[in-house]
Design a protein around this ligand. Sequence first.
Ligand SMILES: C[S@@+](CC[C@H](N)C(=O)[O-])C[C@H]1O[C@@H](n2cnc3c(N)ncnc32)[C@H](O)[C@@H]1O
Length: 252
Amino acid sequence: MGSIYDHSEIYDLMEDENRYNAYKKHWEHLFEGRTIKTMLDISIGSGSVTLPVLDLGMSLCGSDLSENMLKSCEKKISDKGFSAELKIADFRDLSCWGGRKFDVVASTGNALAYVSNDDVRHVLEEMDKHVEKGGYIYIDTRNWDKILKERNRFYLYDPFFVNGDRVNFLQVWDYNPDGSMTFNLLYTFEKDLKIYKKEKFEEHYNPLPKSLILDKLSALGYTDIHLFGFPSYAPKRPFEDTEWYTILAKKN
Ligand SMILES: C[S@@+](CC[C@H](N)C(=O)[O-])C[C@H]1O[C@@H](n2cnc3c(N)ncnc32)[C@H](O)[C@@H]1O
């Protein structure tokens, strides 16, 4: 079974104008009252979460492991009449960005859990190298603490429609004996009440505790650390009930 990122056209099916506007509102809310003009996203993928910052007048650079996702990102950027610098890179080594510094260095879309917990500590050091003094590290991620506590196996999305066809999307989560997790992504495509196509993908994760991120950011000297829901403007809920959350931490 392959990775969904080799099929950005399927990954992006859920994206529409409403989601774009929701992400735009997310960034507006998060950056309000903060001086942020430049951003590097180290897991930009096809850009669905990040590209609205271009509408906010920010300059954007992005890297990702998947060439395919970056191609889709590039197309979306040029379709909107914007430009951004994109590079293929594993976020465990950000040397492709040289000594450049940004107001925000972000990892969007639950990407850090793709690498081991030890590697995440190293990635945060790599991110820190590229943050301007007074700038920020941004992370949005699934709430892995909640996932491990509840051990649910099934995560269902609302069906959605693409050109009149109904798309059903279900994730089945395996809890592996070594502590890692496998997300099985199951898509069915339906027309006239008949399924005409099925797609399956497998993604491997290493559950990432919130405490690891917060401890490492503190060790790196970040003191002003804020936790939001995702999107950031969502009504505040207890952390245990939050499915996905955002961290914004300021570098002293
Ligand atoms: C769920 S997608 C999120 C993409 C995008 N940020 C978004 O929110 O739509 C996760 C992304 O992480 C990328 N990724 C996974 N492991 C990576 C690594 N070691 N270095 C860089 N990118 C990685 C994948 O290629 C994929 O594009």
